[in-house]
Design a protein around this ligand. Structure first.
Ligand SMILES: *[C@@H]1O[C@H](CO)[C@@H](O)[C@H](O)[C@H]1NC(C)=O
Ligand SMILES: *[C@@H]1O[C@H](CO)[C@@H](O)[C@H](O)[C@H]1NC(C)=O
Ligand SMILES: *[C@@H]1O[C@H](CO)[C@@H](O)[C@H](O)[C@H]1NC(C)=O
Ligand SMILES: [Cu+2]
Length: 173
């Protein structure tokens, strides 16, 4: 290709780069959502909200990296629901958990629970878990466990943040 470097060769290269880019685009030409451009006879509907168990099969416990989990599990959209699952206090469970929400990034960074609000107490995560819906669009949410004076938040890595993006649309005929 390089030996006869002319206009045609350049066009072929550009065309293959463009095709590569379009093939690599997720959802291109199928019905899995995010398709662009939409077909003319299509009409869009919002992708329905999802329920996500915080930590997946790990649930909500000391020592799991929830910031990494949130990063891998995103993006999150407005009206998606986070489910916190943790055992209530009992003879077997003398170190229960809870869910707090910080008011700012800085209190989140410092695990400053004095600037946080409890949204679920030590019992609320039992059974099917505590459900928290991301009801505001473009909102940063800062969550942590509030137990042991902030130790679960800092050393225990029981903290993460999510931002609630506008809901995506799905195109289908
Ligand atoms: C979120 O849910 C509420 C209540 O069901 C609804 O009124 C609102 O339109 C929804 N927002 C979006 C962006 O889907
Ligand atoms: C607590 O531990 C006892 C004995 O190890 C066990 O029989 C019981 O099922 C446990 N209870 C719960 C709620 O896990
Ligand atoms: C936790 O909150 C629930 C209501 O959501 C309440 O019924 C329960 O008594 C509270 N438990 C504790 C230990 O504060
Ligand atoms: Cu905890």
């Amino acid at each position: 290709m390089a030996t006869t470097f002319g206009g045609a060769t350049v066009l072929v290269v550009i065309a293959s780069v463009m095709m590569g880019a379009s093939v690599a685009y997720p959802g291109w030409n199928d019905n899995s959502g995010y398709a662009w451009p939409p077909r003319q006879d299509n009409h869009p509907t919002e992708v329905p909200p999802k329920k996500v168990i915080v930590g997946g099969s790990e649930n909500w416990h000391f020592g799991f990296d929830y910031a990494a989990w949130a990063y891998k599990s995103g993006p999150f959209y407005v009206n998606d629901t986070l489910v916190f699952k943790y055992d209530p206090p009992s003879n077997n469970n003398t170190h229960p958990h809870s869910v707090y929400m910080f008011r700012s990034f800085w209190s989140y960074m410092r695990c400053d629970l004095k600037r946080a609000t409890m949204v679920a107490n030590v019992s609320d995560g039992a059974g099917d878990g505590f459900e928290f819906t991301l009801s505001q669009k473009w909102q940063f949410y800062f969550f942590a466990c509030g137990e042991s004076g902030g130790l679960h938040c800092s050393t225990g890595k029981m903290r993460f943040s999510v931002v609630s993006l506008p809901r995506p649309w799905k195109w289908h005929g």
